[in-house]
Design a protein around this ligand. Structure first.
Ligand code: NAP
Length: 292
């Protein structure tokens, strides 16, 4: 972390905007990456209630070069920007703002971050049947990226509210050529879990503060050899991932999504490859500190 006295008018500023934003995991990751690469950049947390006023303000502050956007501004910020990239437009939200000259551009790195996490774990998505558990914002962001930037055999969206599940499946179907199915939780679990190659969990079940022994997927439906990715990152070892590991599935932790979406932001803002190991260490340290 840089000292405030080291920040000058030529320091490039990045930050996270949210409301509230005091528990953000992003500053340690980005600041560690800037330091490791010897960049005169600093990353801070902005607690922003009025996103429109904030964006108007930073337009004239040219050393603000990038923002991470979090709850509750991921949708509202879009109308304040000069342009939004096609994937973010499809998903209907942005998590990244980048200054390009006098313009502020919105993009979404959550889905691309998950694709990169799969690649880093040598998990190929091409030709695979992928099941999403949940139909909220995080699943929406990742499912559009998967449907349009990878080549799975099919996608299934499973959730507990039929209108949301059907609406999301229909939206994704319009954006790609692969079959997209809708399924209900928990009624269809017995049928759908065993028949998919890759499971991506995107509900809050099992997260810190809820019952740590709860899982959306009964353990005896998991199949050895499946890939199970849990978007929940706190705790690292959710019940779902513990069950999956015991059944010899390949497991990918939720913190990989946090890490790679941040790495993509870093690369967008700086134009250089992200120091992944440095960012991972900073993220793991922060998660550990928060648990104490
Ligand atoms: P969200 O928009 O509120 O969506 C939550 C989804 O979970 C909805 O489909 C909701 O169904 C469903 N759900 C909630 N409780 C459920 C239950 N008991 N049984 C079955 N389904 C249930 O939230 P989100 O932003 O998508 O976040 C979802 C999860 O992903 C959270 O755990 C969050 O921490 C995690 N996440 C992780 C990352 C990362 O970087 N690793 C990033 C974003 C989110 P209804 O619509 O029917 O209520």
């Amino acid at each position: 972390m840089r000292l405030l006295t080291e920040i000058t008018g030529s320091t490039k500023l990045c930050g996270v905007i949210g409301h509230p934003v005091k528990h953000s995991l992003s500053p340690p990751m980005h600041n560690a990456a800037f330091a490791a690469c010897g960049l005169d950049y600093a990353y801070v947390a902005f607690d922003v209630a009025d996103v429109s006023a904030f964006i108007s303000g930073i337009r004239t502050c040219e050393n603000v070069v990038g923002l991470s956007v979090t709850i509750p501004h991921k949708i509202g910020v879009m109308s304040c920007l000069d342009d939004v990239d096609p994937l973010a437009r499809l998903a209907g939200c942005v998590n990244t703002v980048t200054r390009q000259g006098s313009r502020l551009l919105g993009s979404l790195t959550d889905g691309a971050g998950v694709l990169r996490a799969f690649a880093a774990h040598q998990v190929a998505l091409d030709g695979k049947k992928v099941l999403f558990l949940g139909a909220g914002g995080a699943v929406r962001a990742v499912a559009f990226a998967l449907a349009t930037q990878a080549a799975p055999a099919s996608l299934t969206i499973a959730g507990r509210t039929a209108e949301k599940v059907c609406a999301l499946a229909a939206d994704i179907s319009k954006a790609c050529r692969i079959p997209v199915h809708a399924a209900m939780l928990p009624d269809d679990l017995n049928r759908i879990v065993p028949e998919h190659d890759i499971l991506i969990h995107g509900t809050p079940v099992g997260m810190h503060g809820a019952d740590p022994n709860e899982s959306v997927v009964p353990w005896d439906l998991l199949q050895p050899g499946q890939v199970v990715f849990d978007m929940v990152y706190r705790p690292k070892w959710t019940r779902l991932l513990r069950d999956a590991l015991a059944l010899e599935c390949t497991v990918i932790h939720g913190l990989e999504m946090l890490l790679y979406q941040a790495a993509l932001q870093f690369e967008t803002w700086t134009g250089i490859p992200a120091p992944i190991d440095v960012m991972r260490e900073a993220l793991e340290n922060k998660l550990e500190q928060d648990q104490c």
